[in-house]
Ligand binder design. Sequence first.
Ligand code: FAD
Ligand code: NDP
Length: 497
Amino acid sequence: MTESESREYEYDLIVVGGGSGGLAASKRAAELGKKVAVLDFVKPTPKGTTWGLGGTCVNVGCIPKKLMHQTALLGKSIKDAKAFGWDVDPSSVKLNWSNMVLAVQDYIGSLNWGYRVQLRDKKVNYVNAYGTLEDAHIIKTVNRRGKETKMSAEKFIIAVGERPKYPDIPGAKEYSITSDDLFSLPYCPGKTLAIGASYVSLECAGFLKGIGLDVSVMVRSIFLRGFDQQMAEKVGSYLEQEGVTIYRKYVPVKIEQIAEGEPGLYRVTAKNTETGEEITEEYNTVVIAIGRESATKSIGLENAGVVYNSKGNGKIPVNDEEQTNVPNIYSVGDNLEGKPELTPMAIQTGRILAERLFGGSTIKSDYDNVPTTVFTPLEYSCCGLSEEDAVERFDEENIEVYHSNLWPLEWSVPGHSSNTCYAKVICNLKDSERVIGIHYLGPNAGEVMQGFSAAMKCGITKRQLDATIGIHPTTAEIFTTLTATKRSGDSIEQNGC
Ligand code: FAD
Ligand code: NDP
């Protein structure tokens, strides 16, 4: 028995961070009969926004984002409804921002409560305090009243998630907000600039435009870095088509306050990254969405000897068992270096890790073929490789790309374009046309991709996809009837069903 195994610790496991990954790990470990504590503490944003138990997804991520996206979609549906015969006046359709925030926050409150009850029922000790490691087995906790306590554990899981980054320019922290503030903002943001061109920026810009606001997006380089760029461009073009102003190749230089208020008025100066040309424009709200940084820099990882990216994004390198360089300290979720930053990934990794640590399991997390959806006005979902990555990995001559535009039936009556939505399947010619990437741009994208991602896990080939009977009339059925390849140049235009 090693020295550490012979020592007595208060807990078998302490999880630092009660978000998607941390809650999943702590609940599973407790179900397996272990003595577990989970620490969760939210440091307020520069604007003072704070929230309850459950982490980013529940409070300031997936949940409020999807509900506000749904709010925007409903507005659009009300307008479509007239074309279907509903006796509504689309010009009178207006959103009450405060009512939306109240409804969304009420639901979040019920989730926060639900998590507390689950932890209590499973006998996980929930400690609403900020944790800082003192060494590899002891953590200091400080609650909101400043009360300090020390707790010890045989094992730790670090799951402290991420927080938004701010650009290093004058006025950024004083005069802007982030997604951490947006979903509970007590007043309508008015004319808004979203800075950044990835998931958070485009999704926020999308729903704000959808509820009727004047919205601009500042894109430093490309849309949705890391995603298939043909699809990313289509997502960006649709935003533009919906009336979002896009500033391409611009970065902010300074933000100044013109008037106080809720919302106030701010002047943003931005510079073109190629020509250096400067432009200024005034906005009621500036949403910074230039990426997120792991909240690992003030949690005492150094004291425990844990190696992490202390000078950069704060990520923690782990082996294929989510173990850090310190054997009794593990990490899951957004803190992991080079892994998807998605809630279901964090949950599954947390649960599987607890089962390996305490349940005798040998199953490891599989980070391949993780599906995802970007909830922009026209939703985009994908699983597997982008076309760029497929070409890089297998060479262009070894891949076949099947594609088609598609026309959702529900778009026909209101007269929406028949050639905006799009589907693409990328296959490996050297491996029985195994599907290595699926991409979909259209309504209900997440719902469409979920089943296909299961098929990809099972190694589906194009032949099996072709042998699958479609469900008519749906948009997903397009994947069972794709014949045109990019190589052939055959038409992919749609005229009807
Ligand atoms: P988190 O959920 O961030 O939880 C970490 C918790 O630890 C937080 O509560 C934090 O306050 C707490 N904490 C930090 N430091 C300490 C400390 N020292 N002591 C105690 N507690 C501490 N993913 C999707 O799959 N689908 C989506 O649609 C989606 N939408 C998103 C939208 C937005 C705007 C954002 C920002 C993210 C979105 N994500 C989405 C990503 C998803 O939210 C994250 O991948 C997920 O929450 C990560 O879980 P986690 O457990 O790693 O961390
Ligand atoms: P990302 O790191 O993915 O993107 C950051 C964006 O900001 C990029 O467009 C980047 O541009 C731009 N940027 C970076 N620095 C600057 C700067 N100084 N000035 C101007 N622009 C800048 O961050 P997100 O916050 O959007 O997303 C974080 C993670 O959260 C994602 O990886 C995702 O996993 C998760 N998430 C998931 C969602 C979902 O599942 N639907 C929704 C939202 C988030 P450039 O390309 O030039 O570097």
